[in-house]
Design a protein around this ligand. Structure first.
Ligand code: PLP
Length: 286
């Protein structure tokens, strides 16, 4: 499987101009930032590895992308969850459904402390140092695009979970990288950065109120639908809704804006299926 450079599109949202890096369109089965983070494992051969082990939520985008990787590389895949909703178990959907189709073994138990030698362990969300390999490629695509279009003043925005993508983008880009914390708070995100690199961290934009990851918020639903209507692009509910809220707030505080913004669309659309159902149940169709 080879990547083609994902496209960059110009959009207008709420009367502001943005560029969008469409990593959601990277590949039909292997897209978004999880594909970038796992690219190292896709491109290299590990003759002694027979199995991949990871852990996290039963709806996670990383889980699905790992299942694709294991299918391509003919590896078995054990995924540990500490809880799985009975509704999901009985009605598999989204990432969970498609990961099962890729032969993921879901294990509702504590993650083992040690693994066999033929096992590759990948920590939750793909927060591993090998992720820098694929993210450097993403950074180089952005640099080439900026050069071709003679854009010198550019800021990059992307919402963070573990912060791995934002951190490595900042490492390889000559532009400022802005992000916001979608999982946990700012301190959690700083700790995550520090675990991988001690310096050159992205700039964290603070949210105006505290949001809990995976919960439903009317303003998330609203901005998701506004984005869809105005730009015709479907963004992810869990990260992008908060991302856009934070980015717009940040831009409102500026006296003048002498830079272009490139928003990284990090995929995750498969995870929207179950979120959309929950939103419709709670707020109806907007
Ligand atoms: C995983 C994910 C993120 C968070 O990525 P990190 O590298 O963990 O910060 C953001 N957006 C989407 C759509 C994701 O799937």
């Amino acid at each position: 499987m080879n990547y083609i450079n994902s496209p960059i599109e110009q959009i207008t949202f709420n009367s502001r101009k943005y560029f969008i890096k469409r990593d959601d369109l990277l590949h039909k089965d292997f897209s978004g930032n999880k594909a970038r983070k796992l690219y190292y494992f896709l491109k290299n051969d590990f003759p002694n590895i027979k199995k991949v082990v990871s852990h996290g939520s039963a709806q996670s985008n990383a889980m699905y992308s790992l299942s694709v990787l294991c299918k391509i590389k003919d590896l078995s895949f054990d995924y540990y969850v500490d809880h799985i909703a009975s509704f999901l178990k009985e009605n598999p959907s989204g990432n969970y459904k498609y990961a099962l189709e890729n032969k993921m073994n879901i294990i509702d138990a504590e993650l083992p402390k040690t693994f066999e030698e033929d096992t590759l362990f990948i920590s939750e969300g793909g927060a591993v140092s090998e992720a820098c390999f694929g993210i450097e490629i993403l950074a180089n695509e952005i640099i080439s695009w900026a050069n071709e279009n003679k854009i010198e003043n550019l800021k990059i925005f992307l919402p963070s979970g573990t912060g791995t993508t934002a951190l490595y983008l900042q490492k390889y880009l000559p532009f400022e990288v802005l992000t916001c914390a979608c999982v946990g708070d700012e301190d959690y995100l700083k700790k995550q950065f520090n675990m991988l690199e001690k310096e050159n961290h992205p700039t964290i934009i603070k949210a105006e109120k505290k949001y809990h990851f995976g919960k439903l918020y009317k303003e998330f639903y609203k901005i998701h639908n506004e984005l869809l209507t105005q730009t015709n692009i479907e963004f992810d509910f869990l990260y992008d809704s908060l991302g856009w809220i934070c980015l717009e707030k940040y831009l409102e505080t500026l006296q003048e804006k002498d830079f272009e913004i490139l928003y990284i669309h990090q995929g995750g659309i498969l995870g929207n299926i179950s979120m959309l159902e929950r939103y419709k149940n709670k707020y109806g169709s907007i």
